[in-house]
Unconditional design. Structure first.
Lengths: 112, 118
């Protein structure tokens, strides 16, 4: 089946570095996206990896390995405001419908 | 550029009633998708529309339906409401150009409609 698995929860302290993993099982693949969602808010787009390797955007970086069906979001210099849920997502081209699939979500808690 | 808007923001209904939620995408976006989110659950995909056609559908019963209008605005309807339908319903829009991979994959979400079924 089509699925994206993430750890349910990750905790860290301010200033630390945390990695949120995403392993996927889909019939096809365009690329991997990441979203952030604060409690009570809507998800917001963070990054997109179409190719293998690391994409850096400020304190956030995202990595993709197509051969391993694996990606991760790396958050550096953690701040309290980074406490949120993080979702990975793909469009699966199976059946030529490009179905949107979101991961199970990882809740990040940052402590002082 | 205005973001995705959803109306209403909050809604209280009773079991057995039906409800219609509305979503206006970002200007120029022709794809609209809908999601259900409940506490402890991730984003459950409902359906996606492009150019007034349903392109994809998630694993929800037939009580959940939707449509898209020629101006790309979309509505979703839930009939015969059940207690378990209480959730945050999110709408998102995106471009629809496979040649522009980032635009094709980047979903812009609205604030959601919080539905409570009593």
């Amino acid at each position: 089946g089509q699925s994206l698995e993430q750890p349910s929860e990750v905790t860290a302290v301010e200033g630390a570095i945390v990695q949120i993993n995403c392993t996927y099982q889909t019939s096809g693949f365009y690329g991997l996206s990441w979203y952030q969602q604060h409690d009570g808010g809507a998800p917001t787009f963070l990054s997109y990896n179409a190719l293998d390797g690391l994409e850096e955007t400020g304190r956030f970086s995202s990595f993709l390995s197509r051969s391993d069906s694996y990606g991760y979001l790396l958050l550096q210099e953690l701040q309290m405001k980074d406490s949120a849920s993080y979702f990975c997502a793909v469009r699966d081209p199976f059946g030529n419908t490009d179905k949107l699939i979101f991961g199970t979500g990882t809740r990040l808690q940052v402590f002082p | 550029k205005a973001g995705v808007t959803q109306t209403p923001r909050y809604l209280i209904k009773t079991r057995g009633q039906q409800v219609t939620l509305s979503c206006s995408p970002i200007s120029g976006h022709r794809s609209v998708s809908w999601y259900q989110q409940t506490p402890g659950q991730g984003l459950q995909f409902l359906f996606e529309y492009f150019s007034e056609t349903q392109r994809n559908k998630g694993n929800f019963p037939g009580r959940f339906s939707g449509r898209q209008f020629s101006n790309s605005r979309s509505e979703m309807n839930v009939s015969t409401l059940e207690l378990g339908d209480s959730a945050l319903y999110l709408c998102a829009s995106s471009g629809w150009d496979r040649a522009d991979a980032r635009s094709y994959n980047e979903q812009f979400f609205g604030p959601g409609t919080r539905l409570t079924v009593l």
